[in-house]
Design a protein around this ligand. Structure first.
Ligand SMILES: [Zn+2]
Length: 413
């Protein structure tokens, strides 16, 4: 059965100098409004233990526009500013639900510059997109067609660190049904190799990955040598951003292919929940890149499973998938990273990663067999720091499950 989903389609575009100036101004105002509202909410909470609602933030924005020093906020479209407040509201909702850390200030250098326009702030006529406060439509490069008869409901404009402009259009789309199957697969994430499957297959990082990493390391070394505040440093920084952007593009492309294949070929996909804490402990470049890839793959699997009516099971990070012998169930004390193959006391010879993938699959199917009545909570096993120790002890029990929803919006940021 085909499904109706909301899908974000992203394209590059080339603004005129007026459009670029208007958008840059809007990005600046969005950042200012977000940060100022965050500051006020933080102060209200710490000084008065009071929560500020979206409506109150919105009212405050109206007041800011009336002051002399913030009157310039009225010069840009008000919709992206309102949307920034909505995003902040969402960030706080995630924080209070323990799904995310406390919202952070947006930085001019580190944060991605973006502005979100809802239906009242753009016109869409025969494939021409014109934003509020602009007279000419955006010059969009349609690298692939929009879904048939698509009417964008939300438009997000952004500029990445490499200075490239993107527009993302959220549209209703029809997803064709995937072939019926009973297959299930466990997926183990690796550092040097992208992943191992319970079927015994290993999916390598694409060949360009290593060269890309070397190029990035070189660009970063060059950046580190440039004097702070110099024009050369600025140039070096843009160079690093360009390499980053290129890596991200190629990786996304590859991950799309892998995730689509996994979801189409299997009714159930079992993956491991990687810990944020672990990522911070190991700051190597290879590790950072593979973790980013893994997070991206997981979010693709989440929305594609929902699209195709498949099930994604996420196994708690404390499950000893690597050290557990899939044949006899013995858990080893240690298994150093460089041990790629090992023999258990029971005589079974294991490939480190394939064994882990098989253990993940077995744990996932055990959860799945518990039926719909058992659905461990998502929030606690995901980020709860205090519960982390308890969870070590009940390794297999701490499995969480993501149920396919009817409609999802893939993350565009
Ligand atoms: Zn064994």
């Amino acid at each position: 059965m085909a499904r109706q989903v909301k899908r974000a389609c992203k394209y590059r575009f080339y603004p005129t100098s007026e459009q670029a100036a208007e958008l840059s101004r809007t990005f600046g105002c969005v950042r200012l409004v977000y940060n100022k509202a965050l500051e006020e909410r933080t102060r209200a909470w710490y000084d008065e233990q009071r929560r500020i609602s979206y409506a109150q933030s919105s009212a405050a924005l109206t007041q800011w526009k009336k002051t002399a020093e913030l009157a310039f906020l009225s010069e840009v479209s008000c919709v992206p500013l309102q949307q920034a407040l909505r995003h902040l509201q969402m960030a706080f909702a995630n924080f209070f639900a323990k799904r995310a850390a406390y919202p952070r200030f947006k930085s001019r250098k580190r944060s991605r510059a973006s502005a979100e326009y809802t239906r009242s702030a753009f016109t869409w006529r025969e494939g021409c997109l014109t934003l509020a406060k602009m007279t000419a439509p955006l010059d969009i490069r349609w690298s692939r067609p929009l879904p048939q008869g698509a009417e964008p409901s939300t438009v997000t404009v952004s500029r990445d660190g490499a200075g490239r402009w993107f527009v993302s259009l959220l549209c209703q789309d029809t997803i064709p049904a995937a072939p019926a199957t009973e297959n299930a697969v466990g997926v183990d994430a690796g550092i040097t190799r992208l992943m191992a499957l319970s079927t015994g297959e290993k999916i390598a990082n694409p060949g360009h990955e290593r060269r890309d990493r070397a190029r990035l390391a070189k660009a970063q070394r060059e950046l580190a040598r440039k004097a702070p505040g110099s024009a050369n440093r600025d140039k070096a920084r843009r160079k690093v951003a360009r390499v980053h952007a290129r890596i991200a593009d190629r990786r996304r492309d590859f991950l799309h292919k892998v995730s689509t294949r996994l979801v189409r070929e299997n009714q159930t996909v079992v993956i491991e929940d990687l810990a944020v804490g672990n990522m911070l402990k190991n700051r190597s470049l290879a590790r950072a890149i593979s973790d980013a890839a893994w997070r991206e793959l997981r979010s693709m699997l989440e929305y594609k499973c929902a699209w195709y009516g498949r099930e994604l099971i996420v196994i708690d990070r404390w499950f000893p998938s690597t050290k557990l012998c899939g044949t006899c169930g013995t858990v080893r004390e240690t298994l150093p990273l460089d041990v790629r193959e090992w023999t258990c006391e029971c005589g079974a010879v294991h490939d480190r990663d394939v064994n882990a993938a098989r253990n993940l699959l077995a744990a996932g199917l055990a959860v799945s067999a518990c039926g719909d009545g058992v659905r461990p909570q998502r929030g606690s096993s995901r980020t709860g720091r205090s519960s982390a120790k308890q969870e070590t002890r009940r390794a297999t029990a701490g499995v969480l499950r993501l149920q396919a929803e009817e409609e999802v919006k893939p993350g565009t940021e």
